[in-house]
Design a binder for this molecule. Structure first.
Ligand code: C2E
Ligand code: CA
Ligand code: CA
Ligand code: CA
Length: 277
């Protein structure tokens, strides 16, 4: 056994070793991120062009590790593999509800959207925990949106579908994130228990001058509307994109054109500016 171990070691390039140590180190650090209060939430305004108002914000997890910001594209997959995403997701939801409660209570048509990983939906008490978090913060369940990607439905068991339906019965809405990037998008949409689709930014970035014909964008929006769903476009960076999507009757817009994700006091400013953009 010892010889085999040694052999395996030899095939290990020093760079791989460094990368492995760094990753293991980061994974260990992620375990401590919540107790050390290194996890925070940034909020990005979502604008309704019809009302010229910020109607929703999306909560995005942030991890500051010893002053260095680790992007979610790095730590979210890591947390999904280790199962830590359940704790992080719960923390993000709790922080979001507490921080936004005053803003949400001011106008009951406002809502907060939180990203939910497929791993979380496998917990048998996920739905009841979400509902008690909302109740504890005094925020209505109908002011909460859960963003999931199409992949959670691939091998969805009945428990997952049950959790989502009991949440939706309580008024929580479900949004299909990154819409258009999955395999079966348009055809399967009518079978999915969702209220909103979020058109992925790769489609929005196809709008460059605003003069092009993009039947794929209008099909996505029309299809969603014909199924009674609302449509949010993400990654809106230019006025041409905002105008194009508004002309296609897109219900809400999100992107750097209106605001970056912002924390704390800067959020209030961001909401005002997004409204004026
Ligand atoms: P997402 O849910 O698709 O979130 C949108 C991402 O696009 C965010 O990146 C946001 O900052 C970025 N974005 C917003 N507007 C624009 C724009 O105009 N142009 C461009 N190019 N990008 C824009 P972020 O915050 O780095 O998050 C990346 C991903 O990490 C999220 O993608 C989501 O899948 C995941 N994530 C973030 N927070 C959480 C969380 O609390 N739980 C889970 N499960 N996943 C999370
Ligand atoms: Ca999202
Ligand atoms: Ca997305
Ligand atoms: Ca994404």
């Amino acid at each position: 056994a010892k010889a085999a171990g040694k052999n395996r070691y030899l095939r290990f390039h020093p760079d791989m070793m460094t990368a492995l140590i760094q990753r293991t180190d980061m994974e260990a650090g992620l375990q401590l991120a919540i107790p050390r209060r290194e996890i925070s939430v940034a909020f990005q305004p979502i604008v309704s062009p019809r009302m010229g108002q910020v109607v929703q914000v999306e909560a995005l997890a942030r991890w500051d590790r010893y002053g260095e910001r680790i992007p979610p594209s790095v730590f979210v997959p890591m947390a999904e593999r280790s199962g830590l995403i359940s704790e992080i997701g719960a923390e993000v939801m709790a922080l979001s509800l507490v921080q936004l409660a005053p803003w949400l209570k001011e106008d009951l048509s406002r809502s907060v959207a939180v990203n939910v990983s497929g791993v979380q939906l496998l917990e048998p008490d996920f739905a009841s925990r979400v509902l008690s978090l909302a109740e504890a913060s005094g925020v209505g369940a109908y002011q909460l949106v859960l963003e999931v990607t199409e992949s959670v439905f691939f091998d969805a068991d009945c428990s997952l579908i049950q959790q989502l339906s009991s949440l939706r019965e309580a008024g929580v809405r479900v949004a299909l994130d990154d819409f258009g990037t999955g395999y079966s998008s348009l055809g399967r949409l009518q079978d999915l228990p969702v209220d909103t689709v979020k058109i992925d930014k790769t489609f929005v970035s196809m709008v460059r001058t605003g003069a092009e014909r993009l039947p794929i964008l209008s099909s996505m929006i029309n299809m969603a509307h014909s199924l009674g769903l609302t449509v949010t476009a993400e990654g809106v960076e230019t006025v041409a994109q905002a105008d194009y999507l508004t002309a296609l009757d897109c219900d809400s817009l999100q992107g750097y054109l209106f605001s970056l994700p912002e924390t704390g006091a800067r959020l209030e400013l961001a909401v005002q500016q997004a409204q004026e953009a």
